[in-house]
Design a protein around this ligand. Structure first.
Ligand SMILES: O=c1ccn([C@@H]2O[C@H](COP(=O)(O)OP(=O)(O)O[C@H]3O[C@@H](CO)[C@H](O)[C@H]3O)[C@@H](O)[C@H]2O)c(=O)[nH]1
Ligand SMILES: [Mn+2]
Length: 376
């Protein structure tokens, strides 16, 4: 029986193992509505824009707040790899966290209701997604087989039913969908009213457009690959921060044998950012994605890259080799990817094994079990 006892997870959603990372250049009033679900958790707020502006954190929350001065103080010269004036600055919060899981949410997102009218506990659902296996190698037509009331369907090989560890849980949005500027411009009144009651594993070898507004992941498995790029002020591109991270993290997950899920939970996305401003910010991305996506689809990481950090360093080299011909920006991005890993490893020194070489805890576990985590 594939079902897991998820009730325990629902009741005590791992509050000491999760940090909530929020990028903001506006206000944190939205947290008032999230109290029933988020107040148990520690917040890491990354304040973008002018650091002299004091933002108010609603009372009752346990938090750490970083503005640009803090980022510069903590990272020194390496701070130049963190975007300025772009939601991608959030990845600084991923780096300073010490927790196993990250949940990141935008400041214009609110609690949604499911079709029964029940308020959706996004954290509980993301934890369920992350704590149950993924099935990237063979699609289960009844969707998530580890959900209560479902299972693997007939014709699903038993050798594949163990699944693989889930590294990323990608949630969705009711009301304002995450459309690019051209789509927003031609469909200004379109709202997403469709609640699809499903969680699916994104098959191995398939990329997807990862949106950062309702996203959770396992830092220990894939943290170093969740770099939201170098975007915003001083850069030729913006609003492709989460896309870059999503493509990179997916190829890393595929390579390391981890899974990525998308679907539930939903939240209510309330603010349509200005499509004309967005068009200016993201127009190069609209062109370059025709090169970036095939780049990620066709690359092959080497077997020596057995941790997310090593994969990311290899990705940086490939980015410089293959994408600089698209635009010199990618050489700068490739360098920033290296800086990101250096900063990550400075703040998160790898676990030392008895043999005193550095191994990723996941790899060490695999070795001590004597069996490799067989990809599903
Ligand atoms: O310069 C900035 C701009 C924004 N932020 C913070 O980032 C998130 C998302 O901002 P916003 O809601 O305006 O963006 P959307 O178009 O609705 O969302 C999509 O674009 C991505 C931004 O890159 C986002 O992840 C997508 O879902 C908010 O919290 C802003 O306060 C910022 O810090 N700096
Ligand atoms: Mn938004």
């Amino acid at each position: 029986m594939a079902g897991y006892n998820l009730e325990a997870i629902e009741a005590a959603p791992l509050k000491d193992d999760v940090d909530i990372v929020i990028p903001t250049i506006r206000s944190l009033d939205f947290l008032e509505q999230w109290r029933p679900f988020l107040q148990h958790y520690h917040l890491i707020i990354v304040q973008d824009g002018d650091p002299s502006i004091k933002i108010k954190v609603p009372g009752g929350y346990d938090y750490e707040l970083y503005n640009r001065n803090d980022i510069n103080r903590i990272l020194g010269p390496r701070a130049n790899c963190i975007s300025y004036k772009d939601g991608g600055c959030r990845c600084f919060g991923f780096m300073v966290s010490k927790k196993k899981y990250i949940y990141t949410i935008d400041d214009d997102c609110f609690v949604a209701k499911d079709p029964s009218g029940k308020e959706i506990n996004v954290i509980a659902q993301h934890i369920k997604n992350l704590e149950t296996p993924s099935t990237p190698h063979y699609f289960n037509t009844l969707y998530d087989p580890f959900r209560d009331g479902t299972d693997f369907v007939r014709g699903y090989p038993f050798s594949l039913r163990e699944g693989v560890q889930t590294a990323i849980s990608h949630g969705l949005w009711l009301n304002i969908p995450d459309y690019d500027a051209p789509t927003q411009l031609v469909k200004p009144r379109e709202r997403n009213t469709r609640y699809v009651d499903a969680v699916m594993t994104i098959p191995k070898g398939v990329l997807y457009p990862m949106c950062g507004m309702n996203l959770a992941f396992n830092r220990e498995l894939v943290g170093p690959a969740m770099y939201f790029g170098l975007m915003g002020e001083g850069q030729p591109i913006s609003r492709y921060d989460d896309m870059w991270a999503g493509w990179a993290a997916k190829v890393v997950c595929d390579h390391l044998g981890f899974g990525v899920k998308t679907g539930l939970p939903y939240l209510w996305h309330s603010k349509a950012s200005n499509p004309f401003v967005n068009l200016k910010k993201e127009h190069k991305g609209l062109h370059w994605q025709e090169d970036m996506v095939p780049f990620f689809q066709n690359l092959r990481l080497s077997k020596e890259s057995d941790t997310a950090a090593k994969c990311y360093m290899e990705l940086s080299k490939m980015t410089k080799e293959k994408l600089t011909k698209v635009d010199p920006y990618f050489e700068k991005l490739a360098d920033a990817m290296v800086t990101w890993i250096e900063a990550w490893e400075e703040l998160n020194p790898p676990v030392k094994s008895e043999a005193s070489e550095e191994v990723n805890p996941q790899v060490k576990k695999r070795q001590s079990d004597g069996k490799d985590v067989k990809a599903n």
